[in-house]
Design a protein around this ligand. Sequence first.
Ligand code: SF4
Ligand code: SF4
Length: 574
Amino acid sequence: MLGNEAIARGAYEGGVQVGSGYPGTPSSEILEYLSQYKEVHSRWCPNEKVALEVAAGVAIAGGRVLVTMKHVGLNVAADPLMTISYTGVRGGLVIVVADDPGMHSSQNEQDSRNYAKFAKIPFLEPADSEEARIFTKEGFIISEKFDTPIMIRSTTRVSHSRSVVFPQERIHFTPFPYQKDAEKYVMIPAFARKRRVALEKRLEVLRGWVEESDLNRIEMRDPQFGIITGGVLYNHVREVFPQASILKIGIGYPLPYQTISDFVRKVKNVVVVEELDPFWETEIKAAGIPVEGRNRIPGIGEITPDVLKVAFGVPQPVPSIDDLNQYIFPRPPVLCAGCPHRGVFRILSELKITVTGDIGCYTLGVMPPISSIDSCICMGASISNAEGFKLTHPELTVGAVIGDSTFIHSGIGPLLDAVYNQTNIIVFILDNRITAMTGGQNHPGTGITLMGEKTSALDIEELVKALGVKEVHHFSSFDILHFRSLLKEVIKKNSGPTVFILSEPCQLIRKKGNKNFYQVDPNLCRLCKKCLQLGCPAIRLDGERVQIIAEYCRACGVCSQICQFNAIKEEYQS
Ligand code: SF4
Ligand code: SF4
């Protein structure tokens, strides 16, 4: 099973009633797999904060619940996390957070283990799919036993690798009867102060328990060389150093100091091998236990077996970030052929608009030849960034580009701010009717739930108007000539926030219909190369001839609108 599939299986076997989350690579598949178990109610939420709050409600009411997100999503959910740690739970609450060392599909590297310590909750770190299944299932029991939310920390290599799994039957779990307990679950200051003390007592109990748990284990081999590690790195260490003694950490916080101390006494040279932050190394050294770690292991990027070999080999420099890049298969990111928003980006570039971007496919608008994105920080930040740009440089025409799912996730508040403060920006909601970048998940705007049921679909245009935007234009993103002329007028008017909603389904969900492909008529083509500036993977310059590769063309028609010489024509299948 895929690691994410195994997490879903573990939750199912653990008797979970509800799964909630927001898609984000590398965590997205967990809920998709969980939704296939019809005994479990699974749902996408508008963002991770909402997902965790729903989960907290389930757990407080006595049910078992799984909530999933990627590392940056935990930033969004951090607010409820810090307080749910105080209240504790009745039913098991397992929070799966998938980190992305090496930033395969993320805007930053974060080590979510810090959040577990910050929130004072335990976390488990599986090394493969079978452990992902077992740890997730075990998570509900630990959560209930110690009255705490518990985190499962995965990484891309665990989430997206396959290994052998031994599935078991689903256990029958009946939710605990609901019991009102305001002192435990209503965090007014007087009650929260008492829970703060309870939280420290819980940590003490957990510290004792981790020494006994078999989720941490010592594998004694060579007494001269030992490694403390966990997660996927356990497999890499076994591969590179089959003779090394290993303390495999399964429960990453709180740490089993007694077990670690015993291990370090038995083995001469002990190195902590961990990705990203020296989280365990710092904790272990703070406990007065001598180990090595960051002096040998890089703190940037993914630790592969090759990186380990370099780190432990004959003396040579620790690889730089450039060296690490050689381990990543080159796959230049590009907007898909026929992406409904390619033409929009082209017009934004042409009209020299300063564009603040957002998370999702649209970030790819930064790539040449489109090159139209000036900034991209985090989910929903495009609109607020645009406000900041405009405040600093009122002379600029500033536009914020945001996708439909991202707008719903966290763009609504910033747009309200732009309306409230009457910041003169133009917002482009590129509505492709899906959460595209993470694989095409539904969201409140699509009218379909994760369980495949029809539901009421959010009307983005009505919502934007309700926020107080006076000028809203909503039309097809393929109609780029209309878009260009309207946008020119808006720029000239230069008044208040304006919103363009440009809608067309993502090519991954769009039906091609009877349109076949577009072709360049060599007799009409003047080789101006304007169509090449679109960056469509279907358009190529072959010597001195512009060609459209029919197999790649998705017949969106944007290039034919860009060509001023009518050289690009639609062809139909005969
Ligand atoms: S070649 Fe033209 S019509 Fe075909 S997908 Fe690219 S932009 Fe669209
Ligand atoms: S835009 Fe039209 S004329 Fe210019 S190179 Fe492309 S097909 Fe030829």
